[in-house]
Write a protein that binds this ligand. Structure first.
Ligand SMILES: Cc1cc2nc3c(=O)[nH]c(=O)nc-3n(C[C@H](O)[C@H](O)[C@H](O)COP(=O)(O)OP(=O)(O)OC[C@H]3O[C@@H](n4cnc5c(N)ncnc54)[C@H](O)[C@@H]3O)c2cc1C
Length: 530
């Protein structure tokens, strides 16, 4: 099996062909807001990236090659640099500046569960750290290899494992290998008239294994359910053996092994197969924009709508700051204070019936309809955001996102607390940030909040500036009863808050499980656990 080239640009998002530029109006607004002058700074060239010498002993490299084939063990510059980091703000700051100090010693591309098992056995014996790599879109430091205390580190890229193993149209389930990207999943299911309905913003490059390993949520997850709600069965290759959990609609057999595998972030083993609940492909997809006079009014309307069972599949409400900036970024005037986007997917009659019920709630709460164009525009811009981030980084703008969730009764305090923490942490360093937020997923008991913040980059201290803001926001999230992450996962960046999230005994219990499945501790060291 030959190894594919990296799917994304090593220094940023996606591929050059799809890059979108920020409209002049938004660029001007940000340059003025943050007093940014001068020319944008591009990333360093690939040849100028600092890369440590590969430390994989030749004998181990030969044995890896005997498992997967010589062409599926890559040690060239492009492969190693592309697997050094994920796509978080600090990752991109580092890689654009030419810091690939965390690059793996080799990138290995297994083609089957058995090959993964053989690799884990070899790496356990030789004390080689293994970091599973799906799309590499982690924004929490989840794919950065760690070499400390190990003889070497490899990145295990699951790209060759991208088959639909089988589907069951009667039960509406489908079993995939982990390396299928979002589009590949939909392409394979499309042949059978089915959909997974899972569309995170990273969908074009993130993989099914990555979704399951991080408990991701997609744009329409209020309707379809998060990935963890869709996983029915899963197979995990661990250094201690295989855990195979067959697809079941429900089970009362103990505390739920599926739940331990889902969200394990490569720290327990490699997900080599997952069976998910799928649905008939929708005949109709309808999006609409609505505008609320205030954020609080919008949140209250969303709560009532969700609790009455009338929420749309997509439910998103932007606060005043986000509404204004998104309008500028798409070259339009803001439609009003707070933009809501709602969307329904399914068969025609069902969509029409459900849309009427949602609309009645929105109109009853005083929202004004903007029609389908506003909804469609928001959908079109959804996948452009990550490219704009690359441009902003080059301009000298700190741009970062973080997400949380809490119960409805605590939502406003959490919203205010996190916003204040970000403003005060960045303000104390002499930069006034722009902080904005949207509600992205609804539950009967609460909702998730997704914050984006922008500030002038502190040149030369970009990582310290980011760290101060991130720490303040995470502390505020926990102080206000939020979860440290609603869908980005723990990775490296949230590990320090894991004991507050699940308790010290909870952390020890996960550690004991890891010790059982991964006695040599080779699986994705430094992630998930503090
Ligand atoms: C621009 C952008 C937008 C994003 N939007 C969203 C969003 O809307 N919703 C959302 O939930 N997340 C989002 N994310 C975060 C990220 O895309 C998700 O966490 C995604 O699920 C990661 O998938 P991946 O295939 O890229 O995994 P990777 O980044 O490659 O890996 C993520 C973690 O999972 C582990 N892993 C990967 N594959 C396996 C496997 N087969 N077995 C075991 N462990 C594995 C890795 O070791 C790592 O710890 C976004 C990220 C970016 C950069």
């Amino acid at each position: 099996m030959s190894a594919p080239d990296p799917r994304m640009r090593w220094w940023g998002w996606g591929v050059d062909r799809d890059a979108t530029a920020l409209p002049e109006k938004a660029r001007g607004m940000l340059r003025q807001a943050f007093s940014i002058e001068g020319q944008p700074s591009p990333p360093v060239g690939l040849d100028d990236v600092e890369l440590p010498d590969a430390a994989l002993p030749g004998e181990v490299s030969d044995r890896l090659a005997s498992i997967v084939g010589a062409e599926a063990v890559r040690q060239d510059r492009l492969a190693r640099v592309s697997h050094a980091l994920g796509k978080s703000y600090p990752d991109l700051i580092r890689i654009r500046a030419g810091d690939a100090s965390s690059a793996p010693d080799a990138v290995v591309y297994p083609a089957s569960h058995d090959e993964v098992m053989a690799i884990l056995e070899l790496c356990s014996a030789e004390r080689v750290a293994v970091t599973p790599f799906g799309g590499g879109s982690s924004v929490v430091g989840g794919v950065e290899p760690r070499r400390d205390g190990f003889a070497a580190a490899i990145s295990l890229d699951l790209a060759p494992m991208d088959r639909l193993i089988g589907s069951d149209p009667v039960s509406l389930t489908a079993t995939f290998e982990p390396g299928c990207t979002g589009p590949r999943v939909e392409e394979l299911l499309g042949h059978e008239g089915l959909t997974l309905g899972h569309f995170p913003q990273s969908w074009e490059y993130a993989t099914l294994g990555g979704f399951v390993a991080t408990r991701s949520a997609g744009r329409a997850s209020t309707g379809y359910g998060r990935i963890d709600e869709l996983v029915l069965g899963v197979r995990l290759a661990t250094p201690a053996g295989t855990i195979a959990l067959p697809p079941l609609p429900a089970t009362a057999a103990g505390p739920g092994m599926r739940g331990l595998v889902v969200g394990s972030e490569g720290a327990l083993g490699v997900i080599t197969e997952a069976t998910l609940a799928v649905r008939p492909a929708p005949a109709v997809k309808l999006n609409e924009g609505w505008v609320f006079e205030s954020w609080q009014a919008g949140c209250e309307a969303f709560r009532a709508m969700e609790q009455a069972g009338d929420a749309a599949d997509i439910c998103r409400l932007s606060d005043e700051a986000e509404t204004a900036l998104n309008a500028a970024a798409s070259g339009h005037d803001a439609p009003g204070p707070c933009l809501a986007v709602v969307g329904w997917e399914g068969q025609e009659a069902g969509v029409a019936r459900r849309a009427e019920r949602t609309r009645a709630h929105l109109a009853g709460a005083g929202a004004r309809p903007l029609g389908e164009d506003a909804g469609a525009r928001a959908g079109r811009n959804y996948f452009a955001g990550p490219y704009l981030r690359d441009e902003l980084l080059g301009m000298g703008v700190l741009v970062e996102t973080l997400e949380t969730a809490t119960t409805w009764s605590r939502l406003q305090a959490l919203y205010t607390g996190v916003g204040d923490a970000l403003r005060s942490a960045l303000g104390a360093r002499g930069t006034d940030p722009l902080v904005m937020c949207h509600v992205s997923h609804l539950y009967r008991s609460g909702a998730s909040l997704y914050f984006s913040f922008f500030a002038r980059q502190e040149r030369g201290a970009e990582l310290e500036q980011w760290h101060a803001a991130k720490t303040a926001a995470c502390d505020a999230i926990l102080a206000h009863g939020g979860t440290i992450t609603h869908h980005h996962a723990i990775g490296r960046d949230h590990a320090a808050w894991m004991d507050q999230e699940v308790g010290e005994l909870g952390v020890e219990a996960i550690r004991a499980l890891k010790q059982k499945l991964d006695p040599a501790g080779i699986m994705n060291p430094g992630k998930l656990l503090p």
